[in-house]
Ligand binder design. Structure first.
Ligand code: NAD
Ligand code: UFG
Length: 356
């Protein structure tokens, strides 16, 4: 519908997408294009490949996807890009996201995630851009006081990465309250996995994956001998950790719903993005074995320090406010992850910046 409206207006709305070459950003760019928007990608490629932009063009047939290599901490450059492309809103994915690394290098995380977001907001003020969707995380809740997590659950992150997300949420809330002409949609993601069904874009972690799904997929494709399961003595149905996994395409669609809410109404909001269903590590392994037809050898090892036993979302608020809910299942997530992993066993090809 938005696509038709924009077409009839003769020009599609441009949306700045910092971090748009990354995992969730690339999937959201596809959905933006599908709905008639033009994403303007800004990325410094610290954790992504320019090849993903080429794949976005391949999936959508859009040749006019602007991509600017820049760091969001360069405020003047952000102002320039927002003005030149007349962006109406920002969907902000740019940041670092590895929990363990954030403990070892906290200043990098505060610089990229907090200073970076501050710079972007300053640029939006200067350029007069009035809407921002922000990638937050369920990690802001910390140890569950009650489950499922609702948006009013106390916020007490337990690692520097989570603290940076919390800090940006506070900054956004204060900015909104100051009536600076900016409204914000804060999205608290649970565990995004899967890939676009085309198998052309997906998660391409550097080095040894930290997260469960890319690790499982690399075992299935033969890049790693077995999965270490971190703990089988939790108080969960099978003893392994339980999480609320969400298909990255469902997540991308939620960004469109959030964007359109911000464009249509002055209010700001914070919502959980999850399915409301918890799956254990062994549930994921079993579903992946079925989807791929491959065995996933595993070993039970000690718990990973800092891991919580189990948590999942209450997704009611997102449904009531945005009219959005997940539609894809764990089986869909595993099937699409396998299409990506088996089609791209070593991730994206090496492409020089500027070649895509
Ligand atoms: P990703 O690393 O694939 O994407 C982030 C992108 O931002 C990358 O392309 C990276 O090169 C870019 N980037 C990083 N710092 C930058 C900077 N200073 N300037 C310009 N570009 C920069 O990660 P993702 O999984 O797509 O996550 C996107 C966002 O969602 C992140 O903010 C992350 O913290 C948040 N998030 C992710 C998860 C998850 O499990 N994947 C969960 C909750 C929240
Ligand atoms: N796990 C294993 N073996 C592995 C990797 C993970 O058994 O090799 C287990 C973990 O112990 C946990 C589950 O699989 O029980 C999921 O672990 P992930 O690392 O995939 O995800 P987390 O829930 O730990 O964290 C993720 C992101 C965070 C984000 C959080 C939001 O990594 O950035 O989700 O809920 F904040």
């Amino acid at each position: 519908m938005a696509g038709i409206t924009n077409f009839m207006q003769g020009r599609s709305k441009r949306i700045l997408v910092p971090g748009g070459a990354g995992y969730i950003g690339s999937h959201t760019c596809v959905e933006l294009i599908n709905r008639g928007y033009t994403p303007v990608i800004v990325d410094n490629f610290v954790n992504s490949s320019i090849a993903s932009v080429d794949r976005i063009r391949q999936i959508t047939g859009a040749n006019d996807v602007p991509v600017i290599e820049a760091d969001i901490r360069d405020t003047a450059e952000m102002v320039r890009v927002l003005r030149e492309h007349e962006c109406e809103a920002v969907i902000h994915f740019a940041g670092l996201k590895a929990v363990g690394e954030s403990t070892a290098q906290p200043l990098d995380y505060y610089s990229n995630n907090v200073q970076g977001s501050l710079s972007l907001l300053e640029a939006m003020k200067q350029a007069g851009t009035g809407h921002i969707v922000f990638s937050s995380s369920a990690t802001v809740y910390g140890t569950p006081v009650s489950l499922p997590y609702t948006e009013s659950h106390p916020l007490a992150p337990t690692n520097p990465y989570g603290m940076t997300k919390y800090a940006v949420e506070l900054m956004l809330n204060d900015l909104v309250a100051s009536r600076a002409g900016i409204n914000a949609g804060i999205l608290r993601y649970f565990n995004p996995i899967g890939a676009h069904p085309s198998g052309l874009i997906g998660e391409d972690p550097n080095g040894v994956p930290n997260n469960l799904m890319p690790f499982v997929a690399q075992v299935a494709v033969g890049r790693r001998p077995h999965l270490n399961v971190f703990g089988n003595d939790y108080d969960t149905p099978d003893g392994t950790g339980v999480r609320d996994y969400i298909h990255v395409v469902d997540l991308a669609e939620a960004h469109i719903a959030a964007l359109e809410k911000l464009l249509a109404s002055p209010d700001s909001f914070t919502v959980n993005l999850g399915s409301g269903i918890g799956h254990s590590v062994l549930d994921v392994v079993k579903a992946f074995e079925q989807a791929s037809g491959r065995d996933i050898p595993l070993e039970f090892v000690d718990r990973r320090p800092g891991d919580l036993p189990a948590y999942w979302a209450d997704p009611t608020h997102a449904m009531e406010l945005l009219g959005w809910q997940t539609r894809l299942t764990l089986e869909d997530m595993c099937r699409d992850q396998w299409a990506w992993q088996s089609g791209n066993p070593n991730g994206y090809p090496d492409v020089k910046i500027g070649a895509a």
